[in-house]
Design a binder for this molecule. Structure first.
Ligand SMILES: Cc1cc2nc3c(=O)[nH]c(=O)nc-3n(C[C@H](O)[C@H](O)[C@H](O)COP(=O)(O)O)c2cc1C
Length: 143
């Protein structure tokens, strides 16, 4: 196990098993952009072994490695159709369409929930990003 995933006292900090998922970025409903969080929707190569939910994740592709927040779920706030895997990359601006990404979920943040309005969802995603950044910083997760 990489040392950055082990606390000073030797205990492993990952409650859930690491799960790496790959897939090509396909177009979503483009709602993410209007919410202020552009998301890349992945067409997964294999059936995901991950449980639905919101995660902090590390994303790699030929351009580099980035931190991200990921949602693997049904988007109940928008009566979404089917299970989708989507990512919002932190500190990245660019077009990912058609790229093949490798995603390792590092920390489960929460369950996906249905929000009454977009504003509350946006506030929660901001909080998810804050927690993910904090998690990466606290665990000295260097990319
Ligand atoms: C970190 C993160 C957390 C999310 N959490 C929820 C959630 O709890 N409930 C929900 O309905 N949708 C959630 N979403 C999904 C958003 O509703 C979705 O990204 C947005 O509708 C854009 O979808 P689109 O790219 O298909 O247009 C989350 C998305 C992200 C990136």
């Amino acid at each position: 196990m990489p040392t950055s995933w082990v606390r000073a006292d030797g205990t492993a900090i990952l409650a859930a098993a690491l799960s790496t998922i790959s897939g090509v970025v396909v177009s979503g409903d483009s709602r993410g952009k209007s919410l202020g969080f552009p998301t890349a929707n992945l067409d997964l190569d294999d059936d995901a072994t991950l449980s639905p939910g919101v995660y902090a994740a590390v994303v790699k592709w030929d351009e580099g490695t980035y931190q991200a927040v990921a949602n693997f779920g049904y988007r109940p706030t928008f009566a979404g159709q089917g299970l989708v895997f989507e990512l919002h990359l932190l500190d990245y601006e660019g077009d990912l369409y058609g790229k093949k990404l490798f995603v390792t979920s590092t920390w489960r943040l929460r369950d996906e929930i249905r929000f009454n309005d977009r504003k509350t969802l946006v506030e929660q995603i901001r909080e998810d990003i804050r927690q993910a950044r904090e998690w990466f910083a606290e665990n000295e997760f260097h990319l």
